[in-house]
Design a protein around this ligand. Structure first.
Ligand SMILES: Nc1ncnc2c1ncn2[C@@H]1O[C@H](COP(=O)(O)OP(=O)(O)OP(=O)(O)O)[C@@H](O)[C@H]1O
Ligand SMILES: [Mg+2]
Length: 505
């Protein structure tokens, strides 16, 4: 038993202070050998900061780190690698034009296999792949792989470097459910081979399934450590957010509105992305496009906005056929909130206010002068609308936590007077407490008469906000739910292609 609970490393009394926040306040965190340990907490709780200290990206302002019982200093990424710590970055760090094995070799300065032939190296890496049953070949070129496969290559890199600890910060954020399943399998295999894993995710269900232990942070402080056998979901959520949360919906009553049609698409086709897509969105309606990742939903809304082209079909706004361009979309009162808010959608060096104002200069800059008071008011409104933390509109967006950066992007659009909101995966990476606020905002927009077209893969979310639901699969609409009660199961089945042939649109 004692061997099973042997610690790999321990962080004691870790301190980190940034200009505007005390990000980590005497935090303790330890991981055992061969355990999957989840770090949970709301956006801005300090999870990524703790990991960055462990991996040498940030230096700590106080506290100690022990590895195998000995105190160590980690001041650089190399120090972390030497200690056997590997991170699977969200922004994957692979060279696209090289093969899988070349990328893996690149990860290590000197080959740990010594100076051996290219062929032998390829073979050894293929053996490693086979041992774990990863769905890639050593000779595959990285740019031909899916996001999930690329992630596998990152994991292989860690394994080839003999990592004792593999850290995954929101690894499933852009994976389909089948790809996520595969990742879970691999995580379990790693654990069985004695590798420790730190897992960060806002998808609580997967956290509860995977974890041997969970450490919960709140406002930069320890809020609890829970062993697998003691996991009670509602209690963990309470530790995260400091209050109880109402149950989320498992089904929803849908209805078709009889308001005016604001936006319609007819037979819209973009060869290779989606085919003959037709639907209408009425004023004050929330229409959700759901389905599996890769079903063409994002491409449809990007075409509507003018961010991507289409080959045939029509886009109709307020009864008139339009040829969208980004410029015209802005003028028409369209807002596009992209899915990838980590890399699109904000200027990291500008403050929250600066970012929010960027999309609103038409309103606040009359005759070429920016009204500073209006600008500040917008910034404060964005902070308030999205419950941004820290609640300070002067903080640079690049310094916010991942989830709060996304809230800043939302705030940027939600403070504008829009007629059509196109929103892609509104809550990926957003904590369970803040999600609800975002749903309220979306509902509020609809109540004001805005036509909302939303893409979401999160079924609980779809059922929480949709007035009507369209399911897409492989670029086509295969089912619409527009009346009666839809359940999680109905939508899951349709997304996976289990639709009555006669019913399929
Ligand atoms: N480079 C930085 N400069 C200033 N403040 C920072 C910096 N990095 C993080 N912070 C602040 O530290 C706090 C903790 O952020 P952290 O990124 O660790 O949160 P998180 O738990 O990972 O949240 P999320 O779930 O949103 O990713 C936040 O208030 C954030 O604004
Ligand atoms: Mg983070």
């Amino acid at each position: 038993m004692s061997e099973k609970n042997e610690l790999l490393f321990e962080m004691r009394n870790i301190e980190k202070i940034f200009a505007h926040v005390h990000a980590l306040d005497h935090v303790n965190f330890d991981v055992r050998k061969g355990e999957v340990h989840a770090l949970l907490g709301e956006n801005g709780a300090g999870k990524s900061t703790l990991i960055k200290i462990l991996t040498g990206v940030y230096t700590k302002d106080g506290g100690q780190i022990f590895m195998d019982g000995k105190e160590i200093e980690i001041n650089s990424r190399d120090d972390a690698a030497d200690a056997g710590i590997a991170v699977i970055f969200q922004e994957l760090s692979l060279v696209p034009t090289l093969s899988v094995y070349q990328n893996i070799l690149l990860g290590k300065e000197q080959s740990r296999f010594g100076f051996i032939s290219d062929r032998a190296e390829k073979q050894q890496i293929q053996e490693l792949i086979d041992r774990y049953g990863f769905p890639v070949k050593a000779t595959d070129i990285v740019e031909t792989l899916s996001v999930a496969q690329k992630q596998m290559v990152e994991i292989l890199k860690a394994l080839a470097a003999d990592a004792k600890l593999v850290i995954m910060d929101e690894p499933t954020a852009s994976l389909s459910s089948r790809e996520s399943e595969l990742l879970y399998k691999i995580i379990n295999q790693l654990r069985d081979r004695g590798v420790s894993i730190i897992y960060i995710s806002h998808r609580l269900e997967e956290v509860f399934n995977l974890s041997d232990r969970i450490t919960i942070l709140r406002d930069g402080k320890n809020a609890g450590v829970v062993e697998k056998e003691n996991i009670v979901p509602s209690e963990i959520v309470k530790m995260m957010i400091g209050k109880e949360l109402s149950e989320s919906t498992a089904s929803r009553e849908l209805h078709t509105s009889d308001a005016e049609v604001e936006l319609a698409v007819k037979d819209l086709t973009h060869i290779g992305a989606y085919n003959h897509v037709s639907f209408e969105v009425k004023k004050g309606e929330v229409l959700v496009l759901t389905g599996l990742v890769g079903s063409g939903r994002t491409e449809v809304i990007r075409s509507i906005y003018g961010a991507d082209p289409y080959d045939s079909g029509e886009i109709i706004f307020e009864g008139k056929v339009i040829k969208p361009s980004i410029k015209r979309s802005v003028a028409n009162g369209f807002g596009l909130i992209p899915e990838d808010r980590r890399t699109q959608g904000f200027s990291p060096l500008l403050s929250v206010t600066g970012n929010v104002a960027l999309t609103s200069y038409d309103k606040i800059a009359k005759g070429g002068f920016v009204n500073k008071k209006d600008e500040d008011a917008l910034g404060r409104k964005a902070v308030e609308l999205t419950d941004l933390r820290p609640a300070n509109p002067n903080v640079k967006v690049g310094d916010l936590s991942g989830g709060n950066q996304q809230k800043a992007v939302l705030g940027k659009w939600l403070t504008r007077d829009l007629k059509v909101v196109l929103i892609d995966e509104p809550t990926v990476g957003i904590d369970i407490g803040a999600k609800d606020e975002i749903y309220n905002i979306i509902e509020g927009l609809a109540e004001q008469g805005v036509a909302v077209l939303m893409v979401s893969s999160d079924i609980a979310e779809v059922l929480r906000v949709a007035h009507r639901i369209i399911v897409m699969r492989e670029g086509k609409i295969i089912k619409e739910f527009n009346h009666g009660v839809a359940t999680q199961e109905d939508i899951l089945l349709a997304s996976s292609g289990f639709v009555d042939e006669k019913e399929a649109a």
